[in-house]
Design a protein around this ligand. Structure first.
Ligand SMILES: *Cc1c(COP(=O)(O)O)cnc(C)c1O
Length: 386
């Protein structure tokens, strides 16, 4: 059976070049980078090189990169680290409703510590409204955290405008760019970003390694206390192989990004157009143009995403759905709900997410098998009307 992986926003396959780069650090180069002898020094050199590679993709300086265990930890470090460092200045944080749980639940946790959190709504495309952001700022606001590209619908926020508003009011600006990095150009200085989270496994690297860009001069309260690794910002012996892999993944992304973005947005749009031609009542979720080249989220009116997903899985195709079935009831995605979609649409949503390794053949296969699945499920659905 043909197997097609279109769930790259959940995780991407590791690139062969990345795996190749990391393997020596599980074999011969096992030194501790803090050791002064040759075993340690060799490994330290590799980490320094990886730091340069990550920084280069962001237009940052190497010393502005802090390696973490994941995108989740990078989000935690940015948000808790700022909140705890600036508590004396104010206790108000602004975020938005469609953030990843790593941001939303960190903010929720801080509310228990006494911080106030404003969670901005989004419009039907998933965009925040700049006037609402400006209106939410108070003298107490210390941090604005708004994601770059959304993981479920791909909508890209107006990052430059958000950072301008933050800068004018002397407020720190963090962005979760886990889905965007390596897919669209992100130069931190041009965009005015103070803190940026990234994760290797969303760009053809391994799981369990991420990083936080921290603009020079910004103070963060660390989450982990221990040794002096990462300039005292993140204690713990480094995940050397992971760091080397992340560096290589960033280098590959820099090389391929422009071509890939063009290729993937072509596949993405071709799939959606093909689905629209073959299937009635399909609706695009997310912004029609300001969207990651990797992400297509659409709703098939009148049926459940879960059933679509399972039928596709039987045919060898991996996608994901906006609604997750937990203990018998269907939990809608907080992102699709925030767009204001009615249940008939958010229940029938599928996310197709692309990467470097997808081809036109993958799209053709889906266009062959999906229309009859939708037709069959709709015939059985009590909610379906032409
Ligand atoms: C995957 C993801 C994360 C979490 O990264 P991990 O490395 O899996 O912890 C955070 N934010 C977004 C937008 C993501 O897509």
């Amino acid at each position: 059976m043909r197997r097609v992986y279109l769930d790259n926003n959940a995780t991407t396959p590791i690139a062969p070049e990345v795996l190749e780069a990391m393997l020596p650090f599980y074999r011969d180069n096992f030194g501790n980078p803090s050791s002064i002898h040759a075993f340690g020094r060799e490994v330290k050199v590799a980490i320094d090189e990886a730091r340069e590679q990550v920084a280069a993709l962001l237009g940052a300086a190497a010393e502005e990169i802090v390696f973490t265990s994941s995108g989740t930890e990078a989000d935690n470090l940015a948000i808790k680290g700022t909140a705890h460092a600036l508590r004396g200045k104010g206790q108000h944080i602004i975020t938005c409703k469609i953030e990843h749980p790593a941001v939303l639940n960190t903010c929720k946790h801080l509310e228990k510590e006494g911080f106030k959190v404003t969670c901005l709504p989004v419009d039907e495309y998933g965009m925040i409204r700049l006037e609402e952001l400006a209106g939410a700022i108070t003298d107490e606001t210390i941090l604005i955290t708004i994601m770059h590209g959304n993981n479920e619908i791909g909508t890209i926020q107006p990052i430059e405008e958000i950072s301008r508003i933050a800068r004018e009011r002397c407020i720190r600006f963090h962005t979760d760019a886990v889905q965007s990095l390596g897919k669209v150009p992100i130069i931190v200085q041009e965009l005015g970003i103070d803190l940026l989270s990234l994760s290797a496994h969303k760009l053809h690297g391994p799981k369990g390694i991420g990083a936080l860009y921290v603009k020079k001069g910004l103070k963060l309260q660390p989450i982990l206390h221990g040794g002096h690794q990462e300039r005292g910002q993140r204690a713990g012996t480094e995940n050397v192989a992971g760091i080397v892999a992340l560096g290589r993944a960033c280098q590959l992304a820099a090389q391929h990004m422009a071509d890939e973005a063009k290729n993937l947005s072509g596949l993405r749009d071709g799939l959606f157009e093909g689905l629209q031609e073959r299937i009635p009542r399909v609706k695009l979720n997310g912004h029609p143009t300001k969207r990651l080249p990797t992400t297509l989220n659409c709703s098939f009116y009148g049926i459940e995403g879960e059933s679509l997903l399972m039928n596709l899985d039987l045919a060898g195709v991996a996608v994901s759905t906006g609604s997750a079935c937990s203990s018998g009831s269907i939990e809608p995605s907080h992102v699709l709900v925030a767009l204001g979609l009615p249940p008939q649409l958010y229940q029938g949503s599928l996310r197709f997410s692309f990467s470097r390794y997808n081809t036109q053949d993958d799209i053709d296969y889906i266009l062959d098998i999906l229309p009859p699945i939708v037709e069959r499920l709709r015939k059985m659905s009590p909610f379906w009307k032409e």
